[in-house]
Design a protein around this ligand. Structure first.
Ligand SMILES: NC(=O)c1ccc[n+]([C@@H]2O[C@H](COP(=O)([O-])OP(=O)(O)OC[C@H]3O[C@@H](n4cnc5c(N)ncnc54)[C@H](OP(=O)(O)O)[C@@H]3O)[C@@H](O)[C@H]2O)c1
Length: 275
């Protein structure tokens, strides 16, 4: 008699933009909950440090360098994943970039950069991973923002880029469901981090109040705990939820703004500090 022990196959999650910030926290949470995780970013040293901060077991955590706005890089990342773990169950498109500024001063090239970082990255990476996700009947979670659901002052081209991402996500969900692939969106407000408030300080001044450098462009929010956001991402992937907003009460403001735009604008102006 032979004693064959069959090892259960662990599910695999890929997180783009996982060498820092929210992406690293999301990758950590998926690892803690039994997933193998693949980290993606453009800098190998940052990726190595991030990967090692999660685990030194290279059968549990891997990283792959690439710019996810480039189709060739995404194809190479998919091939590396196929050769090592042979499957993909969850793709988290977390790469993104925020902004500060006034729309009347927004340079068209700056808006193109923001659309590249927030929208093209998601489109191109998802297109590359679609065959693997189709095989597993997997899930995609796109990281949006409250700025992709409602307006806010002083966020430069970020609102436009994240609104485009919200639209792209719903369209993907409608199209990919027949292939058994779920697509969800998580739209968080400002997230707590050590360098919050310092990342955009050089963009304020002139017509922009100093408070615009603060998270959310100076909205009256307490920063969200990143682990809470990562937990929401996990839920959207595993419970196949379509659309989650954090904090949840903001869903009411979004609904009011869609139904009664005048009232929505008034409330939004109240949420943001002016000059
Ligand atoms: N921070 C917040 O308060 C907040 C609030 C709501 C939503 N969000 C959203 O959450 C996501 C993460 O934000 P974050 O502030 O945590 O980000 P972050 O700290 O700026 O980190 C961005 C990550 O993406 C990587 N990256 C950037 N461009 C890339 C590209 N083209 N290809 C591959 N990797 C790339 C960066 O590494 P390399 O530069 O080394 O490649 C880094 O790992 C974004 O989509 C953001 O819009 C953030």
């Amino acid at each position: 008699m032979t004693n064959t022990s069959i090892k259960p196959v662990k599910p695999v999650a890929m997180v783009t933009g996982a060498s820092a910030g929210l992406g690293l926290v999301i990758a950590t949470v998926f690892h803690q909950r039994g997933y193998r995780v693949m980290l993606v970013g453009r800098d190998n040293d940052r990726l190595r440090a991030a990967g090692n901060s999660i685990s030194d077991d290279n059968d549990a955590v891997m990283w792959c360098m690439g710019d996810v706005t480039r189709p060739d890089d995404c194809a190479a990342i998919r091939d590396a994943l196929t050769n090592s773990w042979g499957r993909l169950d969850v793709l988290v498109n977390c790469v993104g970039a925020s902004d500060r500024g006034l729309t009347m001063e927004l340079d068209a090239n700056r808006l193109r950069e923001l659309i590249d970082a927030n929208v093209i990255s998601t489109l191109v990476c998802t297109q590359a991973m679609q065959p693997l996700l189709g095989e597993s009947g997997g899930a995609i979670v796109n990281i949006g923002s409250l700025a992709g659901k409602v307006g806010a002052r002083y966020l430069g081209g970020y609102n436009a880029a994240k609104h485009a991402l919200s639209g792209l996500t719903q369209q993907m969900r409608l199209e990919l469901r027949d292939q058994g692939i779920h697509v969800g969106l998580v739209s968080p407000g400002p997230i707590r981090r050590a360098d919050a408030g310092q990342r955009y300080s050089e963009r304020t001044g002139g017509a922009l109040p100093a408070s615009a450098a603060a998270p959310g462009g100076g909205t009256n929010f307490k920063g969200l705990d990143p682990e809470r956001v990562a937990d929401a991402v996990f839920k959207v992937a595993t419970q196949r939820l379509p659309d989650l907003v954090l904090p949840g009460y903001m869903r009411l403001l979004i609904t009011i703004g869609n139904g009664i735009p005048k009232l929505g604008d008034w409330l939004l102006l109240k949420f943001t500090k002016g000059k």
